[in-house]
Design a protein around this ligand. Structure first.
Ligand SMILES: [Fe+2]
Ligand SMILES: [Fe+2]
Length: 216
């Protein structure tokens, strides 16, 4: 993998624009801007890699279920019946796989893993995975009430004036709230909740309880 630069991101933005609808591209640009903002708060050194991940995260989102399953088959991604009941999660896997094949200059584990887990989350998420996941939820192009609530929850707490520990606790609590809202929506729609999402939420709740000394 070559080093990611502003110039290579410009080229990537141009390529990605031709892969998706104008609406999806607007969302993609907004996620890039949001992840840049979040990286400035948590890990400025990861900003270029995470902006690449943002540009690539929804590369395959506009494929229908038949297209997703065909691409999974082609890329050797095995699917369970539970995966097929939640086809909206498949694009994270196919996009991650496409990075290695079609965007090899951005084929870096930090980029690929952030894209792979941006929809469901997972237990043991890295900081960069969390930042892309959250950016996708709260980017400024999103106007759904849950997205607005979550954006206000995070930025309304003034993370820029916090110390590192407080900021990470805010990130943890923001993710817990996002999982609560996502799981509630999935229940209302009768859609299965990905095991990874449940594990991610449980892990963060445990982290919070330990941090708050509830087991002391
Ligand atoms: Fe997505
Ligand atoms: Fe997205």
């Amino acid at each position: 993998m070559k080093e990611i630069t502003e110039q290579s991101l410009d080229g990537l933005r141009e390529r990605v624009m031709h892969e998706m609808s104008p609406k999806r591209f607007r969302h993609t640009l907004a996620v890039e801007q949001m992840v840049e903002r979040l990286c400035a708060l948590f890990c400025p050194e990861e900003s270029l890699r995470m902006r690449a991940a943002a540009l690539l995260h929804d590369l395959t989102k506009e494929l229908d279920t038949a297209g997703q399953t065909a691409l999974c088959h082609q890329m050797g991604i095995s699917l369970t019946p539970a995966d097929l009941l939640a086809p909206k999660t498949l694009h994270a896997r196919t996009a991650a796989a496409r990075i290695e094949v079609d965007f090899s200059e951005f084929s870096d584990p930090v980029v690929i893993d952030a894209v792979r887990w941006h929809t469901t989350g997972r237990a043991g998420m890295t900081l960069t995975e969390k930042l892309l996941y959250l950016s996708d939820y709260i980017d400024l192009s999103r106007t759904f009430s849950n997205c607005v609530i979550l954006r206000h929850y995070f930025f309304g707490a003034a993370p820029e004036s916090m110390n590192g520990e407080e900021r990470l606790a805010l990130l943890r609590d923001t993710l817990i709230l996002s999982y609560d809202m996502t799981i509630r929506d999935l229940l209302d729609e009768g859609i299965p909740v990905a095991e990874d999402t449940v594990m991610a939420r449980n892990e963060l709740l445990l982290e919070k309880a330990v941090a708050e000394g509830r087991f002391a």
